[in-house]
Structures are given as C-alpha cells and as structure tokens.
Ligand binder design. Structure first.
Ligand SMILES: CC/C=C\C/C=C\C[C@@H](O)/C=C/C=C/C=C\[C@@H](O)CCCC(=O)O
Ligand SMILES: [Zn+2]
Length: 642
C-alpha cells in the first residue's frame, strides 16, 4: 500500500481513479469462484487493453477493499509473466487506485495486450450482499447478489469504474451445488463439468458461463447466486426468483414483452437478446436495477394485482437510455434517468393513454418536491440537474432530481418544440445517434440543436432554433431547486383524488359537511390512491382522530401495495399517530428498499414523543440485514455516521 491519499483521477470522471484516457479496457474475461464459507469471491480477470498514447507506463484500475494477489501479462499462448503493481492508499470515497506497471516499450500507442489481475473480495466490499439461509424466502440455502451502480463495481473486480468506458465481458463462475448463478449477460451453451471444491471437500462446484457481447459500463456488471428457478413470461423473457415466489412473480410481470416491444416501436431494435427479470430477496436496496439482459427488482413490486409494474417499463426503457446511451460520468446521471423517465412515460401513454402518462408525471413531480424542498433544501447544490460530484460519493447525491427534473426538462422541450409526437422523433434520433456511446450533457444539447435546426416553425412564432437559443440552459443544468418550468400536467385522472384530499382537510377545520365512506376510493386506481395520499402534503397535518377514521373507512394499513403502504405510514408519522409506529417498524424490517426505508427512518426519527429512540434502536437491530449501501446511508440519515 503506497502513494498519496489524493491519487490521480480520470480526466473526464471525478469519481474514478483509473486512466482510460491513456490505456482503455475493451473486454474482460472473468474467472470467479464464489465461496459461501468465507463470504468471498476469488479468481482473476483478464483485461484486453489498448494504449491511446505513446510511452504509457501503467494501467490504472479502480479497486475498493479488494486484496490483490498478483498482476501479470498474458501472451497469445495464454502464458503469463509477472508485472509489478502498486495499490494506493485508500481514498475514503473512491477506494484504492491499482497501478499495474507495463514493461518499458511494451505498449506503444495503439497496441493491444492482455493484463491479468488475481484477487479476492473481502467482507468490506460494498457491491456484494451475502445472505444467510434465514434471510432468504426458502430459509434453506444462502444467497449472494451484487449492486454496482454507481461506483461499487470496483469492490467486485478491479476495473475502469467509470460509465465513460464500455467493455464486453465473458465470465466463468463456479458456485456450490445446488446454487444457480445468473449474470447481466446471455448464458453460453457449454458442457458444464462439476468440479470438487479445493477448500471444502463436502462441496461440488458447478460452473456457469456468460457472455455480454455488447460493450457495457462497469456499473452494469451483475451477479446473483442462490436457489433460483424460472418461468417463461415472453418470447425473450423469463422471470427468476426463489421457487417460493416464482409463480407470483410470473403473474405480476406477465406484460413484460409489451414494454420491451413498445420500447422498440418508439426507439430502435432491442440489441440485448434476452430481457429476463430476477426478483431478489427483500433487502435489495432499489426498486429495480437495469442490469442488461437481466433486470434486478425488489420483491416489493409483487403487489398481487400488477399495480406496480411501471418499474418494469422503467427498467426496460433503460435498455436504450442508460445501457445503450450512457452518461459519461455520474454528474450527467440525468441523461440516464431523465430520458428513461421520459421513455417510461411514453410507454405508459401508448399502453394506457395520455391521461395515464400525465398522472404518472404528477406523481413524479410530487416526489421531486419531497426531495428538493423537504429533504435536500432548495438551495442545496446537489439538487442541480448537473451537480458537482468532485470528492463526493455519488450515493450521497442520489435523489429524485436526475429522474424528475430531467423528465421536467424533456417535457418542457417537448412542449416548446411542437409536442409529443415531434419530440418522440427527436428521442429516437438521440438514441440512434449515441447508441453504444457514453455522452455528456453538452453532447445532448448539441444533438438537440442540430436535430431541430431545419425545423423552421413548430406551432407558430419563432423558429425552433430561436426557441432553443432562448432556453436558460445554465439555470436548467446548474441552478439548485425545483425546475424553472413544468409541473403543469393534465389532471383528468388526478382531480378526483386531489378533491377528496381537500374534503378531508376541510373536515379538520370542522367546517365541512362531507361524510366520508369506503365508496370514496373504491374505484380509484392504485396511482390515484397515491395521488390522494400525496395531496395532504399541502395541508396541515390531519388529527390522529381523523386518521383513525380514515383507517376504518379506507383500510390503508394492511394494503399490500408498497407505494400506498409507504405513503400512509408517512402521513401518519407526520401527525405523530402512535398506532402506526409498530407498523413502520414492521415495514422497515421486512424489506430494505431505500425509497421506503430512508424516508420512513427519517420521519420516525422526527416523530414525537420518542420516535428518535425507536428509529435508532430499530436501525441498530436491523442493520445486519440491510444491504451495505442502504445501511451506510440510513446511518448518515439518522446522524449515526458522517
Ligand atoms: C444527481 C445525482 C448524482 C449522482 C447519482 C449517481 C448515481 C446514483 C447512484 O448512487 C446509484 C443509483 C442506483 C439506482 C438504481 C435504481 C434506481 O433507479 C431505483 C430508484 C428508486 C427505487 O425505485 O427504489
Ligand atoms: Zn432508472
């Protein structure tokens, strides 16, 4: 371990310590063994590299909490010869730069060569969560899954951990029988020969082979190992999960092909071959993760009535925006998520009509307001569409901003430039132009200007170019706070729910003649119920007596839809309704999706009289069950860590 604490950075990515501007990795051959006795993955990776300059002396890779055993150069016959390497002192957020010395004269500009790094993960690695059998649904076998976005891939394998670099990969993964290994790639049909484990004579290892032929950024490398079974749900789709939930998952996600097909109709052909879904154990920290060929999702989507499948529309949309056209660094994350929200809502519009697209945008705008106004604060520079992430862990900046402010910008441009159909053509052009590339916000803007340069007049008045020149781009990209335009959506489907909330709030003042009954919400869709619960944000907190009455009439507490359950619990916490506390403790104990657990812990922490004590005690007890990313962020939210 040597070198400065402030090591050299990638010139186009403040969150990477690698050197792809000098020496770029274009392919990785991964060879891993998964060891559930020691909770480590060990093996080696062969990197196919190309030098982009003369006299390049090193290949620099990102690592985080990895133990590096050796580095070597591999020749065409597969023989390797040792190379010197240096692991830098750890940077607190970005890990340890690994410098592999290339022999002098070894790599003149443009030459390609293979470097092998042999290593093992450790118990501090943040990309992996190892679950004991007791933490799985079946309670019989252990489970491992990875989550690499944003900068956790470096704790799974040494890599150029920047979305600005894309590489294909092949993998051989050995796992103990009878576990199954899945990756973000297409399975390779090879005869598999089980082998005895070198460290545990009782174990036999099964090898699994995967190939991702499309170059992808490191954050899309994914692995899951567990007792996994699948059901076919479409011509290119299977759903995978533990056997106990696989039929429920197949029921919930049966419409998956509709989303992928609509994405193709809107954009360009689907390039990834498979679109499979893996339903993870309940500690999975996100709603979904767009790992190519194999979307990872939380089991909180299993509402039993397909009411939360918009997340699949979202993850499928990433097949184009994010996975094919990728943000160059995490400061441009809105290009991934804003575009994906736009495409997701176009899919919703095509399948369920324009009012449904508008309703989804209304829910999203409210979510943005919660994060910008109530959580981060309107002056917080992290609420800029393009935040400065120098020396910042991207996880600390995560919010609804790149999603919903990004959507707001695109929706605003849609209105400015001739409406939904015309703008759809531009989004298709954006995807076709930038496919397989990693782009910046500047690339986006240049392409937009170029596409509309020929459109003289869209709907009267100034030309498209004049309209685009008048946009305050600097404010859109760099100013904190709510978007400078947007928020005005068609409320055909939201009105009734918002009016119902208003009636309840007038009950609070004692001036109303309104007599609520279960019939009020009987015909509401799940999304309308969300709008209803969200709408109370604009009114004073309801009394506990009124919430008790609402509970009796509408029965929110035991609802299975996690979005509704979450909103109801937040509403009750805001009013310090004591009977909700055990329900909140139960909910944060049965799943670890950050979208729910983080705001719930924060609200519990503020609840009177002793919410803060309950929040801290509950968290400390549940911490070992949470994903490392979730545990570390909740710890900061509760003021238990910096
Ligand atoms: C402006 C924000 C700047 C940087 C953030 C960069 C990366 C974010 C990173 O920390 C990880 C994000 C992972 C997201 C995965 C899935 C989400 O789409 C899930 C959304 C929430 C949910 O539905 O549970
Ligand atoms: Zn997304």
């Amino acid at each position: 371990m040597s070198g400065p604490v402030d090591p050299p950075r990638c010139p186009f990515d403040p969150n990477s310590l690698s050197n792809p501007h000098e020496c770029i990795v274009s392919h990785m051959d991964i060879s891993w063994t998964v060891d559930f006795d020691k909770f480590v993955i060990f093996g080696h990776v062969d990197y196919t590299c190309k030098t982009l300059a003369d006299k390049v002396a090193i290949l620099a890779l990102d690592t985080s909490f990895l133990e590096i055993s050796s580095c070597s150069a591999v020749n065409a016959n597969g023989e390797d010869r040792p190379l010197k390497f240096k692991l830098f002192q750890r940077h607190p957020a970005f890990g340890s730069r690994l410098e592999v010395s290339l022999a002098p004269g070894y790599a003149p500009s443009g030459s390609t060569f293979i470097v092998r790094v042999t290593y093992t993960t450790t118990d501090q690695c943040t990309a992996t969560q190892w679950l004991t059998p007791a933490q799985t649904v079946g309670r019989r076998l252990p489970y491992l899954f990875t989550q690499c976005q944003a900068i956790h891939a470096r704790s799974l394998l040494p890599c150029q951990d920047t979305p600005g670099v894309k590489a294909s990969y092949r993998a051989e993964v050995k796992v103990p029988q009878p576990l199954v290994a899945l990756m973000s790639a297409v399975a390779e049909n090879k005869p598999t020969q089980p082998v005895p484990s070198a460290s545990n004579p009782q174990l036999t290892l099964s090898p699994y082979y995967w190939y991702q032929q499309e170059p992808i950024p490191s954050y899309l490398i994914a692995l899951a190992v567990g007792n996994l079974e699948s059901r076919e749900i479409g011509p290119r789709s299977r759903v995978w999960s533990e056997p106990e939930v696989v039929d429920a998952a197949a029921y919930e996600f049966i419409d998956t092909e509709l989303f992928v097909k609509t994405g193709e109709d809107l954009l360009t052909p689907y390039v990834w071959g498979r679109y499979d879904i893996l339903v993870l154990p309940s500690s999975f920290p996100y709603g979904g993760m767009e790992n190519p060929c194999l979307t990872f999702v939380t089991p909180t989507l299993l509402a039993g009535d397909r009411s939360l499948v918009d997340v699949i529309a979202h993850e499928a949309s990433h097949s184009w925006t994010g996975n094919l056209v990728t943000n160059r660094c995490w400061e441009d994350f809105w290009l991934n998520e804003g575009f994906t929200m736009y495409v997701e809502r176009k899919i919703i519009g095509r399948l369920h009509g324009e009012p449904a697209r508008q309703l989804s945008a209304i829910v999203g705008y409210r979510h943005l307001k919660d994060d910008v106004v109530d959580h981060f604060g309107e002056d917080n520079l992290l609420t800029a569409l393009r935040p400065n992430l120098k020396d910042r862990d991207p996880d600390d900046a995560f919010s609804a901003v790149p999603y919903e402010k990004g959507f707001a910008l695109l929706y605003y441009l849609e209105g400015l430039l001739g409406g939904s159909e015309i703008f759809e053509g531009y989004v298709r052009h954006h995807v076709a132009t930038f496919a397989h590339r990693s782009i910046t916000t500047g690339d986006f803007r240049d392409c937009l200007f170029a596409y509309f340069a020929d459109s003289k007049n869209l709907g009267g008045g100034p030309s498209a170019t004049e309209k685009l020149q008048a946009v305050d781009w600097d404010r859109w990209f760099n100013a904190p706070g709510m978007p400078i335009a947007g928020g005005a959506f068609d409320d055909t489907l939201a009105k009734e729910a918002e009016e119902l909330a208003k009636k309840w709030s007038t009950l609070a003042t004692g001036s109303a003649t309104f007599a609520p009954s279960p019939a009020d919400v009987a015909n509401f869709s799940a999304t309308q119920k969300m709008v209803f619960l969200d709408a109370f944000d604009q009114y004073s907190p309801l009394s506990v007596a009124l919430l008790d009455k609402m509970e009796v009439l509408y029965g929110w507490t035991d609802v299975r839809n996690a979005e509704i359950r979450f909103r109801w619990q937040m509403l009750c916490l805001r009013s310090n309704r004591p009977s909700i506390i055990p329900k909140v403790v139960e909910f944060v104990g049965e799943q670890g999706r950050m979208k729910y657990v983080r705001p719930l812990y924060r609200a519990l922490n503020k609840a009177q009289p002793d919410g803060s004590k309950v929040a801290r005690e509950t968290f400390l007890q549940l911490k070992p069950t949470y994903h490392p990313i979730a545990a570390s962020l909740i710890e900061k939210d509760l003021g238990l860590a910096q």
